[in-house]
Ligand binder design. Structure first.
Ligand code: MEV
Length: 320
């Protein structure tokens, strides 16, 4: 019998508070219905390896590939005895484009921690797994706030603040958002550094804006609870102007948002995540989602509508 374990985690969108959350504001994030799957199985080879499509590397090699997965895997291997380290393979499949701002690095980090810990017979609690995923994500992500990992871990809609307990918001009536990937990948760490510079240049304005973003995040929670999409849309529009001010929008993204705002049923749109490319989300009229998606997809093929799945990290039945 080949030993095998598997876990998956959802991607995420940030509804409010990206960037400012790194500097202490509240942020609101939601899981999306696109997931990363990680499978770990015994494998007859000289060294444990990682596979994603046609990309292959060993855990011990420092070739620059799979920085997140390698950090997590090495962390876990340091916790087990040598004999348990017989060769194995970590294989990754993902519905989330890397660099799209939809949480692929946090999701891969968590799913890998979950599947590999299970394979090694380690019982880690949610905090231990998220700490591990956070360290993995820090490898690619500069100075993460932790919101991405918490969102992918918990699923659903969360209210997050650095160094505070994450609050999962219960929704009597869930809702859907439109997600559009611009097709332009970007590096979160560069954008986070750019915002830190902006903060140095305008400390007073930045401080007030961070407070304002916190208040807006609490408003977004209220709009979500009341399924008030018009209110959510207008909050998105407001947040986009703040993100623009900190310099994480681009001409391309401004034009993308301009287009999307013209589509039938769209009530407001903003960058989601780090910006600089990546993805945008839009609040939409809940009754006309299909026709909105249809019109937007003509120009932006990587668009989808996501509800807010309640499940975060989960262990899967192995395939074989
Ligand atoms: C990225 O999804 C969100 C940022 O705020 C960075 C972070 O919070 O770690 C840009």
């Amino acid at each position: 019998v080949i030993r095998e374990t598997a876990a998956s985690a959802p991607g995420k969108v940030i509804l409010s508070g990206e960037h400012f959350v790194v500097h202490g504001s509240y942020s609101v994030a939601a899981a999306i219905n696109r997931r990363v799957h990680v499978r770990v199985r015994e494998f007859q080879g000289p060294k444990p390896r990682i596979v994603l499509g046609d990309q292959v590397s060993t855990i011990s090699s420092d070739d620059g590939s799979f920085p997140v997965v390698k950090t997590v895997a090495r962390d876990i291997l340091s916790m087990v005895t040598k004999t348990n380290q017989d060769s194995f393979e970590i294989s990754i499949t993902s519905d989330i484009p890397p660099g799209s701002g939809l949480g692929s690095s946090a999701a891969v980090s968590l799913a890998c921690a979950g599947a590999l810990a299970d394979f090694m017979g380690l019982t880690l609690n949610k905090n231990e797994l998220s700490d591990m995923a956070f360290r993995g994500e820090s490898k690619v992500h500069g100075n993460p706030s932790g919101v991405d990992v918490q969102s992918c871990l918990n699923g659903g809609l969360i209210l997050f603040k650095k160094n505070s307990q994450t609050e999962k918001i219960s929704l009597r009536n869930s809702f859907c958002l439109l997600v559009v990937f611009s097709g332009k990948k970007r590096s979160t760490s560069k954008l986070v550094a750019k915002v830190a510079k902006r903060r140095e240049e305008y400390p007073n304005q930045f401080k007030r804006m961070t407070e304002s973003v916190s208040d807006i995040s609490l408003e977004v929670v209220e709009a979500a609870k009341g399924r008030d999409m018009r209110r959510m849309g207008s909050l998105f529009t407001l947040i986009q102007s703040q993100l623009s001010w900190i310099g994480v929008s681009t001409l391309e993204i401004d034009m993308l948002i301009e287009d999307i705002l013209g589509a039938n049923g769209v009530l407001g749109a903003k960058i989601t995540g780090a910006g600089g490319g990546g993805s945008i989300i839009a609040a939409i009229d809940q009754d006309s989602g299909d026709s909105t998606l249809k019109s937007v997809s003509q120009k932006y093929p990587y668009s989808f509508i996501s509800d807010i799945p309640q499940e975060g990290l989960r262990w899967e039945k192995p395939a074989s």
